[in-house]
Design a protein around this ligand. Structure first.
Ligand code: MG
Length: 142
């Protein structure tokens, strides 16, 4: 199960995102300011970070720079979420080290493919059954 760290200070937003991502099979952890986001990224090593840009303590740009500057967390993909589709925001997010970018309000159907580009969905159990059985039979140590 993939863990997604949601760094978002607006309770309505993180609550909605968290519940909807959990329904899709993701484990979610929420940080409500940029400093906590950097700390939890290092502590939990999530598989992906959704980063709001307008945050207390450290804004999303600075939190992203810190996560990307630390070799322990630099590989974690970060998708920036900005409230304003202002020109220059995507460029700014990528310059800070964000791997992708989407705008708020969040449209989960638009955001999910961006998440899945970094976290490929697990194959369906029905597809792995025969393969698992073959592998078992072929294993001389089984
Ligand atoms: Mg915010």
């Amino acid at each position: 199960m993939y863990t997604i760290l949601i760094v978002e200070d607006n309770e309505m937003n993180w609550d909605m995102l968290s519940r909807r991502l959990q329904r899709r099979g993701y484990r979610t952890v929420v940080a409500t300011d940029g400093g906590e986001g950097v700390r939890l990224a290092l502590e939990l090593r999530p598989d992906l970070i959704l980063m709001d840009m307008s945050l207390p303590v450290l804004d999303g740009w600075e939190a992203t720079r810190r996560v990307k500057a630390d070799a322990a967390t630099s590989d974690i993909p970060i998708i920036a979420l900005t409230a304003h589709a202002m020109s220059g925001d995507e460029e700014k997010a990528r310059a800070a080290g964000c791997d992708d970018f989407d705008t708020k309000p969040v449209d989960l159907e638009r955001l999910l493919p961006r998440i899945e580009a970094f976290l490929p969905p697990a194959p369906r159990a029905v597809d792995t059954g025969p393969l698992a059985a073959d592998a078992h039979e072929a294993d001389p140590h089984a």
